[in-house]
Design a protein around this ligand. Structure first.
Ligand code: FAD
Length: 303
């Protein structure tokens, strides 16, 4: 896709007014293909169905542009509600969170307190919390918060993005941390990030191989069959134990591959976003893959 199209959708994802209005529209433009539902109760059924097929899940209660403490506290309460439901229903599932949703842009120590409350509940139920990585302006703060949280809790990890130059350097400090490896979903400048897909893919493969030979657990999060195929060969050649990693994909993407990898005996985890705040997430997915526009057109003109 041209950079122009990508920038257009990333621009829309950052538009506060559209994000705010979309909450009132309900799912539109085909978003229901990628966003599993509006509340935890309905999403629990989706998780149960996937669990039956040997797939574990990570839930993301969507939320963007949190600028008021009240909204951050509501998001924290929702996270706790999700953890309680996971525990009650014995779901094979963990939780992914975004620090900005929990108040990072308001006050870092307030965000930290919210995270600690969530982690205390997760710890009680033996559940893992993954901190999603957002754009580069939040990168260092995210690593700082993670470091402090890990002084008290070990059931927390984060995400590394192979488009960033500095990921390789940060890996050493993160070598004991459970991580998700992704390419990176935001528009970053050429000062901090590779712009060419070949460089991003090469770095992804290097980091994945390094992690697979290390000790900590890694979630390999990509829909890229070329990368998955090369890593499967690497895993076989190096006798990497299947307990040390999983493949992850987003809900609604490449379902055949998701079920196929689980059937082949790999640990597989589906990332399931839900909630009414779907617009920014959906626009980032359109930025990544123009073919998703077909869904938008179908939904707009044929329903
Ligand atoms: P791409 O580079 O988009 O695609 C590579 C190739 O794979 C394509 O050319 C095509 O041949 C094939 N392909 C890809 N998708 C499809 C499809 N649907 N159907 C058919 N073929 C396809 N980003 C962040 O910045 N922070 C996060 O915390 C984060 N968490 C994520 C969690 C998960 C589980 C996943 C899967 C992604 C996450 N991302 C996150 C997004 C990620 O950074 C990428 O933007 C996104 O995954 C697109 O890159 P890709 O590796 O999937 O493949």
């Amino acid at each position: 896709m041209s950079n122009l199209t990508k920038n257009f959708f990333i621009g829309l994802s950052n538009n506060r007014i559209l994000n705010e209005n979309a909450k009132k529209w309900g799912f539109r433009l085909g978003a229901d293909k990628f966003v599993a539902g509006t509340n935890m109760e309905s999403v629990a059924d989706t998780v149960k169905e996937l669990n039956k097929q040997g797939i574990c899940c990570t839930l993301d209660h969507l939320g963007e542009f949190v600028t008021e403490k009240k909204e951050a506290l509501e998001a924290k309460d929702e996270c706790i509600h999700i953890l309680e439901k996971i525990h009650e229903d014995s779901l094979d599932c963990h939780l992914s969170v975004k620090l900005t949703q929990l108040g990072l842009d308001i006050d870092q120590s307030f965000c930290m307190e919210n995270m600690k409350e969530i982690l205390a509940v997760a710890d009680r139920y033996d559940l893992f919390i993954n901190i999603d990585m957002e754009d580069y302006s939040h990168y260092q703060q995210t690593l700082d918060v993670l470091k402090q949280l890990r002084e008290e809790y070990k059931n927390v990890g984060t995400v590394i993005q192979s488009y960033l130059f500095r990921t390789q350097e940060d890996l050493e400090e993160l070598k004991d941390v459970r991580l998700r490896l992704v390419k990176g979903a935001y528009k970053e400048s050429a000062d901090v990030a590779y712009q060419d897909k070949r460089d991003i893919d090469k770095n992804f493969l290097n980091i994945a191989k390094q992690r697979l030979l290390g000790d900590a657990f890694t979630s390999i999060a990509t829909h890229d069959h070329m990368i998955i195929s090369e890593l499967k060969d690497f895993i076989k050649e190096n006798n990497v134990s299947k307990d040390k990693f999983e493949f992850q994909m987003l809900y609604g993407f490449r379902n055949d591959m998701q079920f196929g990898l689980a059937e082949e005996g790999y640990n597989f985890c589906t990332y399931i976003p839900f909630g009414t705040d779907w617009f920014g997430y959906f626009m980032r997915r359109l930025a990544e893959r123009p073919q998703n526009m077909n869904l938008v057109l179908k939904d707009t003109f044929y329903t």
